[in-house]
Design a binder for this molecule. Sequence first.
Ligand SMILES: [Zn+2]
Ligand SMILES: [Zn+2]
Length: 364
Amino acid sequence: MFSADLIDENVWLGNIDASENKLALDALSITHILTVLDYEPSFGPDKKRIIKYVKADDMEQFDLLSEFDSCYEFIDNAVKNNFKVLIHCHAGMSRSATIAAMYLMKKYNLTHHEAIRRLSERRRCVSPNDGFLSQLQLFYHMNYRLDKTHSLYREFQLERLRMDYIDYDPTVQAEEKQTTLKKFRDYFPINKEKQSLTEVEYKCKKCRTILFTDKDLVYHRPGSGKFDWFTKMSSYKQKQNELDAAKTDTNVCQQELFTSYLDWLLDVFSANDGDIECLKCKTKVGRYSLVGEKCTCAKWVSPAFHFHRGKIDQHQARNNDLEKLLLQRTPQQNHTITVVEKPLEVDIIQRTEVNEDINTNSAI
Ligand SMILES: [Zn+2]
Ligand SMILES: [Zn+2]
C-alpha cells in the first residue's frame, strides 16, 4: 500500500510501495528517490527520476553513519534546486527514517530527539532501531559530519569490530578475523591534532616511550554492571548517569587505567584477548580483551584496554602551557565542572585537568 508523508519542504518519507507507484510519484512531482534497502530494487525504465541507492540492513550494528554525508548531499542538492525527494526503505520506519532524521538534524541544528519528535508528528510509524538512534546521537556529537578522529566515533567502530569479531559469527575462521581487523585500520586514522591538546602523557616506565595520553583514557563509575559504548550511547538515561558521574570526582573510578582504542594497538591484536606490550621495548605493560575485563572496583569494562599502573609513568605533557590553560578558565570554573553543550567527553577531560592542576600546585 502506498504510504508516504511530507516531512519537510519538498521531502517525503515513505515505504517501498510509494517508490514503485509511478502515478503517485508523478502526481506529487517527485523526481529524486533515495532508496535505503538491503537489495537494489529494479524500478524498470524510469527516465523521469534520479535514484540513489544505499545498501543497508536494518540491524543495530549496521554502519549507516558512513552514508550520512552522501545522503545529505543528495537530498540537499535536490531540494535546493526545487526538486522533490522521496526517501524510502521497506516500511519507511527505521532505515529511511534515520536518514530523514539526519537530514532534519543537520539542516535545522537539532538533536536526534528533536528530529525524531518532528518526524513522528508527520509520520507516526517512525521508529529507527537503537543502533541507528545511537548513530544519530553520535552524528550530533560530531557536529553533523563524519569525523573519524572523534573519540566516540572510534569507540563506535571498535564496538562494531568487537561484535563482528566475537559475537556475530563464532564459526568465522581465524584468517577471516584477521582480514576484518586489517579492514578496521581504515576506521582509525592517526589523530595528529590530539597531540596539541594533550596535558598528561603516559610513558613506558622502562624505555620512556609515550604510549597514550589523558585524551585516550576512558572513565567509568565504580561498581558492578557493564560499561560499554552501546549501553553508553543507546540509552539517554545511562548517558546522563555517566555525565553525572563525571561531575563528581568521587564517583569516577580512579583505580585502574583503561584507555580507548589506541592507534598502535592493532599491531598487538592476535586474538580476542592478550597482553599489551610496549610498542618499543616490548615490556608487558597491560592487557586487552575485546570481550571486556572486570576493573578492581567490580565494573565490567568492555572492550578493555587495561594498562598496569606499575609499568606506566605519568608526566605533564611538554607542550602543556599551564598559563594558557588557566586563562581559558574563570576562577569559578577551576574546581567545578562546566556543563557545555556537547559535554560527553569534555566534562570528563576537564575534571582530569583540574586534578593535574592540584597536583602541580601542591608540588610547588
Ligand atoms: Zn617500553
Ligand atoms: Zn573501576
